[in-house]
Design a binder for this molecule. Structure first.
Ligand code: NIG
Ligand code: FE
Length: 415
C-alpha cells in the first residue's frame, strides 16, 4: 500500500466536502480553498486534507512518504475534455498559407485540412501513431493535464478510424492519465465520397459504428455539424445510430456558422456542445433549459483568428462553462492549458477563478468523471498540480508563456 502526506501546502485550491456536479454562473468565480494545508493520499486516492494545525493522527503511518512543499500550492490537475491528439503529422505548411491570407475553409477546399491529415493517418502504422501521441500525452501531463478526451476522425475509413481508436485504447492502458475516447467518423467527407455524401453516412452507420461498438472502442460519438461538413439532418441520423450502441453525443457545433447545432445536440441529450464561436441568445436560452454543458475552445479561436465564444455573457446568464484545448494539427496545435487560461482571461474576460473552474470541475463534468476528478475531495483521484512558489493563483494566467507548474501528480505519483 502506498501512502503519501503532502505538508505545508501554501494554498490547497478547489477543496470540496460535498463534490458538485458542475459549477455554474456566479459560483464559477469562487475557488474554495484552504491555506497552510496538508493532503493525504493512499493508493492514488485522496483520503484526507485540512489545515496543518489539524494534522494529527496521520503521523503514525508506517512507510509514509512525506513531501514538504513549503511555499508551493496545489490545484487539481486539469481535465481537458476535447482533443484530437492522435494524428500522423503536423500541418505547418497550412500555417504559412494562412499567414499569406488563405482561410481555414479555403485550405480545406484545396484538399488540405482534415483530408490532408486523413491521407497521412492512413499511411501511418499503429505504432507510429501511438508513439507520437504518447509524446503529446507526456507534454500535456507536464503542463498539468491529468485527464483527457481524445477523438478519432482523421481515419475516415473503417480501417483508419479503428486504428485511431485502438491507439487511444493503448494510451488508456499504458499511461496513468484518465482517457475518454470519442468516435468522430463524421469529421469530414473523404475525397472518394465527395459526390456521394449519403454513401459515407451509410458507411459510418452500417460499418464503422458496429465495428467500433464490437471492440468497445468509444465512450462518445461526435459529429462536425457545420455548413460544408455535416448537416443537421445528417447529424440527426448519425446521433440516432450512435444511440443504438449507447454512445452519447459530444459534438462540434457553431464553429463558423450558427447552424442550429446547439439545439440539435440538446435534443439528443448531448453531454457537451463544443466550439460555439457563433452563438445567439436563443442558443443560450436553450442551454439554460438543458443539462448539456457548453465547451469553449479559446486556443482554436486564437490560432485561426476566429471570434471567441462569448463565455462572459454565457456565465453571466447563469450557464456552466467548460474550457478545453482542442489540441489538433489543423486548428490548435497546442494542448497547453496554462496558455488557454491566459486566453480565457485576456480574450474572454473570465476571472482566473472562472477559467480554472472551467478546466477542472467543469472539464471533469464534460467527460462525466466529476465523481473522481476535477477537485480536491476525499475519494477522488490524487491527480494534482504542484505550483512553483506563487502568491496568487491569478499568476498562472497572468504570466502567460511562463511555466509556473513544478510537478504534476497522477494517481498520487509524480509524472
Ligand atoms: O475542432 N472543426 C473540426 N475539427 C477540428 C479541426 C480539425 C483539423 O483541422 O484538423 C477542430 O477545430
Ligand atoms: Fe475539435
Amino acid at each position: 500500500m502506498s501512502k503519501t502526506l503532502i505538508k505545508n501546502i501554501k494554498t490547497l485550491y478547489l477543496t470540496e466536502s460535498e463534490p458538485l456536479n458542475k459549477v455554474a454562473g456566479k459560483d464559477m468565480a469562487t475557488l474554495p480553498l484552504i491555506e497552510n494545508a496538508y493532503l493525504a493520499i493512499e493508493n492514488g486516492i485522496i483520503v484526507d486534507f485540512g489545515q496543518m494545525t489539524d494534522l494529527h493522527g496521520i503521523t503514525d503511518w508506517n512507510e509514509l512518504t512525506v513531501m514538504d512543499i513549503e511555499g508551493q500550492s496545489i490545484l487539481p490537475a486539469w481535465c481537458d475534455s476535447h482533443t484530437h491528439l492522435v494524428f500522423a503529422r503536423t500541418r505547418e505548411s497550412e500555417f504559412r498559407d494562412r499567414i499569406k491570407g488563405l482561410s481555414y475553409e479555403e485550405i480545406a477546399k484545396k484538399g488540405g485540412g482534415i483530408l490532408n491529415s486523413a491521407v497521412r493517418l492512413n499511411e501511418a502504422s499503429e505504432d507510429e501513431l501511438y508513439n507520437s501521441a504518447l509524446q503529446r500525452i507526456h507534454e500535456i501531463a507536464q503542463t498539468g493535464t491529468g485527464a483527457v478526451e481524445i477523438k478519432s476522425g482523421y481515419g475516415l475509413t473503417v480501417a483508419g478510424e479503428l486504428k485511431m481508436l485502438r491507439v487511444i485504447r493503448r494510451l488508456k492502458e499504458s499511461t496513468p492519465l484518465t482517457i475518454k475516447a470519442t468516435f468522430l467518423g463524421a469529421h469530414a467527407f473523404p475525397k472518394e465520397y465527395r459526390n456521394n455524401h449519403d454513401g459515407y453516412i451509410k458507411l459510418i452507420i452500417n460499418e464503422m459504428l458496429p465495428a467500433v461498438a464490437a471492440e468497445n472502442l468509444a465512450d462518445y460519438i461526435d459529429v462536425f455539424c457545420e455548413k460544408g461538413y455535416f448537416s443537421l439532418k445528417q447529424t440527426d441520423a448519425l446521433l440516432n445510430a450512435g444511440a443504438q450502441y449507447g454512445l452519447k453525443p459530444k459534438i462540434h457545433v457553431n464553429q463558423f456558422t450558427n447552424s442550429g447545432g446547439v439545439q440539435k445536440g440538446i435534443e439528443h441529450g448531448a453531454i457537451t456542445v463544443d466550439h460555439l464561436e457563433e452563438m445567439g441568445d436563443a442558443e443560450i436560452e436553450a442551454l439554460l433549459k438543458s443539462d448539456t454543458l457548453p465547451v469553449s475552445l479559446p486556443s482554436c479561436s486564437f490560432f485561426l483568428n476566429l471570434p471567441y465564444t462569448p463565455v462572459r455573457k454565457m456565465i453571466d446568464s447563469g450557464l456552466a462553462i467548460a474550457l478545453a484545448t482542442d489540441y489538433n494539427p489543423g486548428s490548435t496545435p497546442s494542448g497547453n492549458i496554462p496558455f488557454l487560461l491566459s486566453l480565457a482571461c485576456i480574450k474572454q474576460r473570465l476571472l482566473p477563478e472562472e477559467a480554472i473552474n472551467a478546466v477542472t470541475r467543469n472539464g471533469a463534468a464534460a467527460m462525466e468523471i466529476q465523481d473522481t476528478h476535477g477537485s480536491i475531495a476525499v475519494g477522488k483521484k490524487a491527480n494534482l498540480i504542484i505550483t512553483k512558489n506563487i502568491d496568487d493563483v491569478a499568476v498562472l494566467p497572468y504570466s502567460f508563456g511562463s511555466n509556473n507548474i513544478d510537478q504534476t501528480l497522477i494517481n498520487g505519483e509524480v509524472y
